[in-house]
Design a binder for this molecule. Sequence first.
Ligand code: TRP
Length: 450
Amino acid sequence: MAQRESWATRTGFILAAVGSAVGLGNIWRFPYQVGEQGGAAFLIIYLLLIIGVGFPVILVEFVVGRHTERNPVGALKRIGSGAWTKIGWVFVTAGFVILSYYSVVAGWTLRYVLIGLQGDYSADAAPAQFGQAASGLDAVFLHALFMAAVIVIVAFGIERGIELSVKFMVPAIIIISVGLAAYAFTLEGAGEAYAYYLTPEISTIAENWTTILPAAAAQAFFTLSLGMGVMITYASYLGEDRNMASDAGIIATLDTFIAFTAGLIAFPILFAAGIEPGASGPALIFVSLAAAFAELPLGGILGAVFFATVAIAALSSAISIMEVVVAYLIDEHGISRVPATAALGVAMFLVGVPAALDLIFVSLYDGFANSILLMLGGLLLSVFVGWVVPDLAIDEIGKGIRNVGSLGRAWLWFVRVPVVLALIVLVALNALDYWSFLTGGFAEWLSTNL
Ligand code: TRP
């Protein structure tokens, strides 16, 4: 067997994992989730879940990936047996659904690049502008364009594409975001916005925990690219000398920093414009940024640069999703890379078209894939690693860590009991929420539109 590839440098691995993690989840999804769930109450729960569930589950995926040196489906076949090998199905289905609408939202960012280049951001017309950009034939076309880019990169091999894009993208996003957050700080109403974003009220949490908790958990999984085997795949190229715990820490910290900064940009701008953050939904970041760029000197160019950077961040995330599903077709069905990628891309494009025509489908897909499939994938994998292959897990986690002592056992027990129990509750709460969406908002939409 040929020598398996591995990451040339530690930074290469971290950047690729960060490239997958940092994307629309941080810049688009995070702020609107905060808005929908009432601000700081959501933020604090989210941070706790990143540390208490996200971080240990990154390590669960890392352990499986590095130990097996396989794609997620092959990995489970190698160390699991019977029904455990079927977890791969959850991963593949989640990836398929996520990418189909992820590409639609990425199309919106492309649209906002064009609007910027034409100098057409407008403070007053921002909500109406979003309505036009998000749904319709243009949105379908840009969705197709983005999906085509994903197909091309994944078809021709991801290494160079990933490395190149993340080397520029991650620093660019950080610099531009911090700059925009500094601008937002100067706005009138910033104080009020920070209070909304940063001062959690226990009473809000107590009253709304059944919706805040599952939403925050789903966001944590989505933003860290967890629950569908991306981190398994990336860690499968990792050497045994690497300390996976510290790498996971860096990835989670950078990802959280970028999401947090997106909130520091969005909320002061919304408050200054007098827009209620809770009411915007998926439009939030587009409306607020278009309004802000309209007021800035050279705002059109600046906005175009910002949205282009977001589009690149989305691309480096999208290829990580596509790669998992493609690897499955290649390994399990012996289809070669180019036709597998092309066929999947076309199928995902078609499934995504409704989302480019009506926003309700963004919620329909997003709720199903994130809140249910990703969390379920994470739960099943945690049970598997914690209870079925514990010795292997302890052995693997200790490699590359000097004086690991009893830390490996501590992590294992943490995954076995609190993480698994929390995930069971969270999956159940998310399923209930999704059910009320299906029977509420979605049923209503169906009855008015059919
Ligand atoms: N984490 C990415 C983002 O925040 C999206 C993403 C990439 C993802 N790969 C994933 C989400 C795997 C879930 C699973 O935009």
